[in-house]
Design a protein around this ligand. Structure first.
Ligand code: LLP
Length: 432
């Protein structure tokens, strides 16, 4: 009945991880990001055990852009995950939680000098160089501090997975990586192999996000091994690390179907084993980077309903106390979401509404044509599957405070990000 099996109903109230969400709204206020931590941990364990069962030689790196705070980094460390980081801020956050730098993979199409310096200083395990220019400046930097830096190179493999064009990253027209099709990738490898302070360990690609099929991942594995063979025959080196990125889809709506996450891992591992046997290539150390699928379905957002405005023959707007500031994904991508009135969870969802935020902007919508129970001011509205790319993409537009985030573990809530205050809003203002 719900998009995520973390959700349920007890005594007419929506529950997450068995906890009454209406009580959570009362206790911590709204808007509120609420996460089923048990589910997050279970998702990690499913990936890690599938990797062990189907392959043995690899690691699962949580893509922290999906949702990161210090406590999340700590949980990922406890679950034995590696970490995909894309900025100095993400590295800093993870270090604050004592996440080992050696298990970080640092991505980004335009890392700054300062970010690279931070990564080299703290000993990030792998820097994923996005192009030759970056490799050159990293090589110089490593030389200056007398370090040899282990790198992967990001390849754009030209795979067009079915997903929203804004979140596709593997096709040829991409700001990321070095292009495979036009020979740029192979030429760049030759140059990087000559750089004395870099040690090229292998390759990375990421074909896109919110992908439901297993085939595009298996295809990516094939294409990348072909490329590694081309590297072998051109430069007489066999490189043994392959990072296939993330992108495994989650359920935002009941119509969406996804495979169990172990199935994606299995498809990738089987494709790799088949291909490597065929071309006689030693099985590489495999890295995958799920982000959305670790946290997405485990999180919901709770709002308080304010104004309910019915325009006969047009639509009913239900305005909530958050909006595009805590969830910009409908405004950006027209992403679908399902929702319900948490304090009327037993009632039929037979009312069609547009959920609007409180920003001074007509496009500030969370969802249109959404079925919920009959709404009244004061109700608690829950929007599902908001765990990924909601908090991490939130803003202070209109000087609105970001909500708090609460983890639920074994039925116990704990605040992992406190609610912003007006003091936070002005803390960087310089008043002369
Ligand atoms: N690895 C790399 C190199 C990536 O670029 C990404 C996502 C991931 C891993 C994780 O992908 P996931 O498993 O989460 O799909 N803001 C967009 C999503 C952008 C994803 C960018 N890269 C959204 O809200 O849908």
């Amino acid at each position: 009945m719900f998009v995520s099996n973390s959700l349920g109903i007890t005594d007419g109230h929506l529950t997450l991880g068995g906890v009454d969400t209406v009580l959570m709204a009362e206790k911590f206020g709204t808007p509120l990001y609420l996460f089923d931590e048990d589910r997050i941990r279970e998702n990690c364990r499913n990936y890690v055990s599938a990797m062990r069962e189907h392959y043995g030689n690899g690691t699962v790196a949580y893509a922290s852009k999906a949702f990161l705070c210090a406590e999340m980094a700590k949980v990922m460390n406890e679950e034995g995950m590696s970490l995909d980081v894309v900025s100095g801020g993400e590295i800093y956050t993870a270090l604050k939680a004592a996440f080992p730098a050696s298990r970080m993979f640092f991505h980004g199409n335009n890392k700054t000098h300062d970010e690279l310096e931070l990564a080299v200083d703290c000993g990030v395990g792998r820097i994923v160089v996005d192009g030759l220019e970056e490799a050159e400046s990293l090589n110089n930097m490593a030389g200056r501090v007398g370090k040899k830096v282990a790198v992967l190179m990001r390849i754009t493999p030209g795979i067009d997975a079915h997903t929203h064009s804004f979140i596709k990253t593997g096709q040829i027209d991409s700001k990321f990586g070095v292009t495979l099709e036009n020979g740029d990738a192979l030429r760049s490898v030759g140059s990087v192999l000559k750089m004395e302070n870099l040690e090229l360990k292998g390759f990375h690609c990421h074909i896109g996000s919110q992908i439901f099929e297993t085939e595009p991942f298996a295809h990516a594995a094939d294409v990348m091994i072909d490329f590694m063979c081309a590297v072998r025959s051109t430069y007489s080196v066999e490189l043994h690390e392959l990072d296939l990125g993330g992108g495994f889809g989650i359920r935002y709506t009941s119509e969406q179907n996804r495979a169990e996450y172990g199935e994606y891992v299995k498809a990738i591992c089987e494709a790799l084993k088949r291909k490597c046997a065929e071309v006689k290539y030693e099985l590489p150390y495999l890295i995958i980077e799920p982000g959305r699928s670790i946290v997405g379905e485990a999180g919901i957002t709770l709002y308080t309903v304010g104004r309910v405005k019915s325009i006969p023959g047009v639509r009913t707007y239900v305005s909530v106390d958050g909006g595009m500031t805590d969830n910009p994904r409908y405004a950006l991508y027209k992403s679908p979401y399902e929702a319900c009135i948490a304090n009327k969870a037993d009632n039929d969802r037979d009312f069609v509404v547009t959920i609007a935020g409180k920003c001074c902007e007509s496009g500030d919508l969370i969802q249109e044509n959404c079925n919920i129970q009959r709404p009244e001011p004061g109700d608690i509205l829950a929007v599902f599957s908001t765990g990924a790319y909601n908090y991490s993409m939130s803003s202070n537009y209109n000087r609105i405070c970001r909500p708090a985030a609460v983890f639920l573990r074994n039925g116990e809530p704990r605040v992992v990000i406190r609610r912003e205050t007006y003091q936070d809003i002005v803390k960087n203002d310089v008043l002369k």
